[in-house]
Design a protein around this ligand. Sequence first.
Ligand SMILES: Nc1ncnc2c1ncn2[C@@H]1O[C@H](COP(=O)(O)OP(=O)(O)O)[C@@H](O)[C@H]1O
Ligand SMILES: [Mg+2]
Length: 557
Amino acid sequence: MKQLFKILQNDFRGVFLAVILGTLTVVSSVGLFATSAYLISKAALKPLAYTLTLTIVGVRFFGLSRAVFRYLERYFSHKTTFNFLAEIRKFFYEEVEPKSPAIFQKARSTDLLSRMVADVESLQNFFLRAVYPYLVILWVLILVGIFLWRFSFWFSFLLFSGFIIAALFLPVFLGKKSLEFTKKYRTKRAFLANGLGELILGYIDLKTTNSLEEKVSGLQKLSQKLIALRKMAANLTALSDSSVLFLSHFSGFLALILAVYLSSQGKLSGVLIALVVLVVQTSFEAVFPAAAARQYWEESKESARRIFSILNEPPQVIEGAGRTNLPGEFSLEFKKVTLIYPGNVEPSLKDVSFFLKEGQKIALVGPSGSGKSSILKLLLRFYDYEGEIFLGGEELKTFSPEAVRTLFGVVSQESFIFNTTLEENLRIAKPEALEEELLAVLEKVKLSHLKLSFEVGERGERLSGGERQRLLIARLLLKNAPIWLLDEPTTGLDSITEKEVLDNIWEVAGDKTLVYITHRLRGLEKMDEILVMDRGEIKEKLNFVEFKKRYLNHDGG
Ligand SMILES: Nc1ncnc2c1ncn2[C@@H]1O[C@H](COP(=O)(O)OP(=O)(O)O)[C@@H](O)[C@H]1O
Ligand SMILES: [Mg+2]
């Protein structure tokens, strides 16, 4: 909540303006009724026409100004709300962006995203429906209170007490109850839905055991309870509205008694009685929105709690920190590297050590879940680790994560093909590439039969499996990073196409340093070394000849 107020403060001017205008709207209403009351009372005394003229002007003025202020108030309070929402979005984005790799790795789902968006969205009620009404109430109370004080302290006191009850006591008392109802209602409704499902699925069993009646009547009772709860909630809303209305009239009534008394004592002129009564009564216009304010307040609190619990989670890796001058040499070394994913107990990598000279090519093989992709995630600095990783002889953590990522060309199962032209899909890797360059690359990956303007379809559905992978390799070539990380780059391909694609990769990879991850045992002839992984550990380091002896039968299959 503190953080929300801080963000709200950024648009202090907007808040200020909205509150002033909101207050003026109510004050105009009060003024309208006050001058009307005064006019009617005064007219009864048959005064000179010109004294009435002024009052008539007053009535006209307040009548008009109320409409104008109402319009401006709506305009500025909503403008402030949208500004606030924009600020929240910006703030949220800036906070979430450096943590996004970790957040999205953890909950790789659009579900998380849509929940966060909904939470941010619901915060628009925070200012407009929870905070703003109270600021207006406060100002109306102050202004009208001072005005009434001129006639008698007791009028101000009356207004003050009425406001306290209507704006603080009622919403707190009734809001708590209605929150309770909402919660109860939700759980009961879930029970009912569940019960009905069971009734249908278990119909035969219920019928044959003669317990159908019992089940049905149980559900009927539950349904009755739900209806009762709904009724109570509706009654509560009605009660809250009518309570404020009652308070408004009751305060007016008390003001009347007080005014008559004061007038009889000669302390208040008789023409002012109606004015004072109506001023007290109409001021309550400011208080009506307070009934709902508490609900919105609670909802905003919940949303804010969820949002900030994501944001306040310490980032695994701090983006932006670290040096950007990258090493001139691209060897890779893991020294006793251990990785425990946040929230896990068991390590996913245990004391992993290996060395890869610049230009060397190694394969990481092992069953699924053995930790192969985790090695790649560490290199890309999505997670922190224990132990040491050296890039060109220097600790990986000392570099800025963004800078490090420029050194890697990656193809993984998650590599994405966009629903646009082949050209656009290539330019992601190198926006400034010349057309000749794109064509040359297509030639190299054997895609030159396709035009650059070819629309590839959603996720590249208009390409064959092999063509899709070739497109990804073409991106690698365009990016021209010194180290290639290939995580199962041939997933989903039949073995003939797989061989063609792999051969193509080895052909174009040249002297790149390369880490090839696969759970298959074929196609490893070109590797300088093969690391066999199991359950987070490197079991063996073999060259291809040894590997073939141990793991492949004679025909290489
Ligand atoms: N983001 C994550 N959070 C928690 N555990 C993870 C995460 N990613 C992977 N793991 C766990 O780490 C282990 C290794 O996963 P991974 O490196 O993807 O294996 P592989 O690529 O060899 O199939 C698995 O047990 C997996 O459940
Ligand atoms: Mg994997």
